[in-house]
Ligand binder design. Structure first.
Ligand code: URA
Length: 289
């Protein structure tokens, strides 16, 4: 067989196209690895620029639910309005979270941000942690990302925040300067210890809500809940099984990772993928009504 000559396309247009593709991939990577808490018009600080930031190590991503959590909270019955007992357990859990001092965040927060929405929601959205606005209002996703999340819920899913449940990996606002909770731009990502201390609360919430599925918003929530190291652009767009079998073997909660709304605010090009993810969620909810 005649050997073919390999012709390399080194025209300026090709070289420029390759450069543009590399740059786009680099920006996408930044978006998935960057946490943006500054929703009040303050400059946004990439994770790598935060001196307090420690990468979430694998042992925390693989953190199993505490055995005690599974013992103390009985799984709710089948999905539906919460019985009096489950409602009382939700209220007791919320009270426990509001009094929590398991980590240093408990000393600086203005309000613990327990979660909001339907106690029998079919889907739970999980973010990373509260920011300034959330700390002040005691409610998750009330800043600019929250407004975008509401819009996504409404336009793609036809739902209001009262129809779903919205929570975070950590319940209190991680501040760069805990002495000054009134300062804007005083945000940092949660540390490993803070994530470890708070993580059992989320599993207890899930046990009580008994959702059909979870949507993780952004890389950190995805890595922590799924115990993976891959970034969000790799994980999004398909269903995963929540590794903690809260409802017994063979009944995994399905998890759809998608971009954090703050990433969409920074890079509107990510909206198209997010819309696709939400359409998959919509189809899932319709099938599992
Ligand atoms: N970002 C989050 O991850 N959670 C919030 O509640 C607000 C902003």
């Amino acid at each position: 067989m005649a050997q073919r000559d390999i012709v390399l396309d080194t025209t300026p247009v090709k070289v420029l196209n390759d450069l543009a593709a590399d740059l786009a991939a680099y920006i996408k990577q930044l978006d998935e690895d960057t946490y943006i808490q500054h929703e009040d018009g303050m400059p946004q600080v990439p994770e790598s620029a935060d001196k307090n930031k420690k990468p979430v190590p694998e042992e925390v991503m693989k953190l199993p639910v505490e055995k005690s959590v599974l013992k103390t909270v009985k799984p709710a019955g089948k999905a539906g309005p919460k019985s009096g007992a489950a409602g009382a357990e939700m209220a007791a859990l919320a009270e426990e979270i509001r009094k929590c001092r398991k980590c240093q965040l408990g000393n600086s927060r203005l309000n613990a941000v327990v979660g909001v929405g339907a106690p029998d929601a079919k889907v739970v959205f999980v973010g990373e942690g509260p920011g300034f606005q959330e700390d002040h209002k005691g409610e998750p996703f009330v800043g600019r990302s929250g407004q975008l999340l509401d819009k996504i819920l409404d336009t793609v899913l036809g739902l209001k925040r009262e129809d779903v449940y919205i929570a975070n990996i950590v319940k209190c606002h991680p501040m760069s300067n805990p002495e000054n909770p009134e300062a804007h731009g005083n945000d940092r990502p949660p540390t490993i210890d803070e994530i470890s201390a708070c993580r059992p609360y989320l599993d207890r919430q899930l046990l009580l809500i008994k959702p059909r599925c979870i949507v993780t918003l952004g890389s950190v929530a995805t890595k922590v809940l799924l115990g993976v190291t891959q970034g969000i652009s790799f994980m999004r767009g398909r269903w995963h099984d929540y590794p903690v079998e809260l409802f017994g073997p063979g009944h995994p909660i399905k998890v759809m990772p998608t971009y954090h709304p703050a990433a969409l605010l920074r890079n509107p090009n990510l909206k198209r993928d997010t819309w696709e993810d939400m359409k998959m969620l919509k189809a899932f909810l319709e099938q599992n009504a």
